[in-house]
Design a protein around this ligand. Sequence first.
Ligand SMILES: Cc1cc2nc3c(=O)[nH]c(=O)nc-3n(C[C@H](O)[C@H](O)[C@H](O)COP(=O)(O)O)c2cc1C
Length: 218
Amino acid sequence: MGFKKLDFEEYSESKMRSRSESFLNEIVTRRTIREFSDRMVPIDIINNCIKTAASAPSGANKQPWQFVVVKDPGIKAEIRKAAEKEEKEFYGHRATKEWLEDLNQFGTDWHKPFLEIAPYLIVVFRKIYDLEDDGTQRKNYYVNESVGIASGFLLAALHHAGLATLTHTPSPMNFLGQILNRPVNEKAFLLIPVGYPANDAEVPDLSKKPFGEISKIV
Ligand SMILES: Cc1cc2nc3c(=O)[nH]c(=O)nc-3n(C[C@H](O)[C@H](O)[C@H](O)COP(=O)(O)O)c2cc1C
């Protein structure tokens, strides 16, 4: 691998300030939604957002991710059934009292109709190692950090495009690898329903921590 000149556009400070403000103003309107419309979204928009995610930095540029876009109603129904089975266990037995109390404000339970209603489910897999065609295993580095950053890019890109998302983590998520026939080196990381919000969609009236609490300059 050789080197090439960096493609870097420098802005004036005032332009940087206004760009940072306008990005902030745009991104703070993102909300996790749990009520979707079944309205279809053109796949090229989804693909652009996945390309954005795939441009993320990753440990040693290993790009240890795989994105599977589920559109097929039969597969979505299968995923819903399996997710609801796990979530019933989670809400009924597995979750601690503290966890259930923390979730109370979101009004969530084991019912996951959005898994069939949203036009797409993007399943993000992390590759715990790479598998070559001859079965040789190659190491990946900082897999969780890398896939977390790529997923952040993905959520931001989808929001920027004008779509709504739910960052969903049915627990445990092994059923996703089975239903989607993924190889053993891929582990489900996030299940992201994507689409338009339902007309009457509501979101919890929550707030983010004040800036002074989450940021320090030393
Ligand atoms: C890693 C992760 C897992 C999450 N899992 C779920 C989930 O399984 N079900 C759900 O309804 N929301 C889930 N959420 C959404 C959070 O509840 C939501 O992001 C949080 O309440 C803040 O709301 P906001 O996204 O609208 O800012 C998850 C979010 C993250 C980042």
